[in-house]
Design a protein around this ligand. Structure first.
Ligand SMILES: *Cc1c(COP(=O)(O)O)cnc(C)c1O
Length: 471
């Protein structure tokens, strides 16, 4: 790596400043260009090893995924999984005809999830893999909307103004769903007393145009579970008084692959008759590399048949419901690999190890003079904390986040959503592979960073990271 390449890379985000990537002399081979253009496809070819090295070096500068405590998405799989991945990267999930085994394995996986989530009759459930929870949520939202439209039309009522009720702390995919598919988003603001959507005041939001309520298992901002059972009970009461029968979709992007293993007694899934559908991200606590989500409907009535397309499958017929057409099949095979490899006991062991680390970190951070815990990591292995009021007027959590970055740690600080927008928190996501050892190193760096910030004589300048999280 030459000094000049490093310099061009670090002058980001001014990409235009240097439109050409200069090559290290090592790569200057006879007959080959010594510069690659950045924004036009090169005129001629280069050797595979040269192209590889260029891309490899650029990717290398992305940072160390293991020190990224911000993401929920899997960054480690064992060598057998990597081997399987390499063997199957060419499979296209939509080619059910060409890859009937992959199609069958996809079917087995969502059947296993229907069973894991206590569908009353898994054989009558419907499900599919997706590219992630975002696509899964779009599909689930569409099913809610279409079901509501059918019921309204059948009753001779208008269908122009559907609305969907959710916490102000939903993941951005729900804002997208409402925007893209023209559904009014009704946000219930969170507060100090109601830190998650819990059914409080829900009757003020529900009306005849409500297509459903989204309940989150593992709120992205904090990792807390919403009490789906309580929300369901409030909707039961609303139905008793108004006759409105409002279904629940559970956004279990992270928690639907945690709760069945760590909190099997918690009732949040298809055991509640009001839960129509559940999604999860295979690439979060499903432990697969990015590019995989799942959605399951409790039964065929929950997914209107007119949303389903039919593709040919070995001369037969294969129903599909998806926003994408072609997409990778390898992640589905990796999910199946993990179901076989870990089993229920293995998933429990992996997630319990993460939860132990999360609770240990939360305890230690909560005991520090500077901080106050927002939650303790006992739902999914994720927790958040805030600066204790009155601790300092010289620095804030954004300064701390910047300081931690100097030792390689990525720990985001962000304002909470509407209702608590004046409150800034910092969050840690503990994933498979974040060991107690790494956690101790992190705590050391955190304590060092706080001591440094506390020792300053004057306030630090505003780091200017005021933008809202995920918005
Ligand atoms: C991560 C997340 C999503 C989006 O999931 P992707 O798999 O990244 O598309 C949706 N909802 C919640 C609660 C999440 O945490």
């Amino acid at each position: 790596m030459t000094a000049s390449r490093r310099a061009t890379h670090q002058s980001l985000p001014d990409f235009q400043a240097s439109a050409n990537v200069e090559l290290n002399p090592l790569f200057s081979r006879p007959g080959e260009s010594t510069e690659f253009p950045r924004f036009t496809i090169p005129g001629g070819e280069s050797l595979p090893s040269t192209a590889y090295q260029i891309v490899h070096d650029d990717a290398m500068l992305d940072g160390n995924a293991r020190l990224n405590l911000a993401t929920f998405v899997g960054t480690w799989m064992e060598p057998e999984a990597a081997h399987l991945y390499a063997e199957t990267v060419d499979k296209n999930m939509i080619d059910k005809d060409e890859y009937p085994k992959t199609a069958e394995i996809e079917h087995r996986c969502w059947r296993m999830l229907a069973d894991l989530w206590n569908a009353p009759d898994p054989a009558n459930a419907v499900g599919t893999s997706t590219i992630g929870s975002s696509e899964a949520c779009m599909l689930a939202g569409l099913a809610l909307k279409r079901r509501w439209q059918h019921a309204r039309r059948a009753a001779g009522k208008p269908t122009e103004r559907p609305n969907l009720i959710m916490s102000s702390a939903v993941q951005v995919c729900w804002e997208k769903f409402c925007n893209y598919f023209e559904v009014e988003a009704r946000y219930v603001p969170i507060s100090e007393e109601h830190r998650v959507l819990d059914g409080h005041a829900l009757e003020e939001y529900v009306d005849e145009n409500t297509i459903g309520v989204v309940s989150i298992m593992g709120v992205t901002y904090t990792g807390m579970y919403e009490p789906v059972q309580e929300i369901s009970a409030v909707l039961d009461a609303i139905q008793a008084s108004t006759g409105l029968d409002v279904p629940i979709h559970v956004d279990g992007a992270s928690g639907a692959m945690v709760a069945p293993f760590l909190q099997p007694e918690l009732v949040w899934d298809f055991r509640l008759p009001r839960v129509a559908s559940i999604n999860t991200s295979g690439h979060k606590y499903g432990l697969v590399y990015p590019g995989l989500g799942w959605v399951v409907w409790r039964d065929r009535d929950a997914l209107p048949e007119d949303l389903v397309f039919h593709v040919s499958y070995l001369g037969g017929d294969m129903p599909t419901f998806a926003l994408n057409f072609s997409r990778p099949g390898a992640q589905v095979l990796l999910q199946y690999y993990l179901f076989l490899r870990l089993g229920v006991e293995g998933y429990r062991a992996v997630h319990a190890a993460c939860r132990d680390v999360a609770e240990y970190l939360a305890r230690e951070i909560g005991a520090m003079e500077a901080f106050e815990l927002w939650n303790d990591g006992s739902d999914i292995p994720v927790f958040a904390w805030r600066l204790k009021p009155g601790h300092t007027d010289k620095w804030n959590l954004h300064h701390l986040s910047d300081r931690l970055r100097m030792s390689g740690w990525l720990v985001p600080a962000y304002p909470m959503p509407d209702g608590l927008a004046d409150l800034t928190v910092q969050r840690v996501v503990v994933r498979n592979g974040f060991t107690r050892d790494l956690a101790s190193s992190f705590l050391e760096d955190l304590r060092g960073a706080v001591a440094f910030l506390d020792s300053a004589d004057a306030p630090f300048p505003d780091p200017g990271h005021g933008e809202a999280f995920h918005h």
